[in-house]
Design a protein. Structure first.
Length: 198
């Protein structure tokens, strides 16, 4: 497989695995509505970075990491679920996007949530075979796959952030408040489901 084909395949994996609506998409959409495109893309950049890290695991053929994650899935799910529940409650109280929160903190929090998101773990575990490395270690292959997965993932978040931001001016403050409450409830629901995933 040529580098171009490998890159295209990795882009497809990154884009396809990012597209399903879940807690990460919900967080990005809410930030787009409340703080605009740039703030939403900090979240998107964090998600894409986490996706690229899982892409690296697949490209390196690190089955031991997948085994470790499977063996410790329950505590990972509990931690991720608890974080999502806290974020959901903060969202309902409208505290999660305060001006005092740093973009750097948001980025690293999003990376951590992406890495502990069981849906991401399962998805990239399934894609590991598709992204499996050649018989001998090839650093170029790893770089191409990581870049491709990142580009595919960030491409989806750019689209989602752009579409959501375009709706921002049409939504009145009382509607945004309703969105805050609905988003918070959904995040808590995602958190409970995540924490109870076996």
């Amino acid at each position: 497989m040529t580098d171009a084909n490998t890159f295209a395949s990795a882009v497809a994996v990154g884009f396809t695995l990012a597209a399903p609506v879940g807690p990460m998409a919900l967080m990005l959409m809410r930030r787009a509505l409340t703080r605009g495109w740039s703030a939403a893309m900090v979240t998107g950049l964090g998600i894409a970075t986490g996706d690229a890290m899982y892409g690296a695991v697949g490209a390196l053929g690190l089955a031991s990491i997948a085994t470790f994650l499977a063996a410790h899935a329950q505590p990972i799910h509990i931690v991720a679920g608890a974080i999502l529940c806290v974020l959901g409650i903060q969202t309902m109280l409208k505290r999660s996007d305060s001006a005092a929160s740093s973009e750097r903190g948001e980025f690293f929090r999003t990376v951590a949530l992406t890495l502990t998101n069981p849906m991401t773990i399962v998805a990239y575990a399934a894609a590991t075979t598709f992204l499996s490395p050649p018989a001998t270690f090839d650093p170029r292959f790893v770089i191409v796959v990581v870049c491709g997965v990142f580009c595919g993932s960030i491409g989806w978040w750019v689209v989602l952030a752009t579409v959501t931001t375009s709706l921002r001016r049409a939504i009145r403050p009382n509607v945004r408040r309703a969105i805050d409450i609905a988003s918070g409830v959904l995040l808590v629901a995602f958190g409970v489901r995540t924490a109870t995933t076996r």
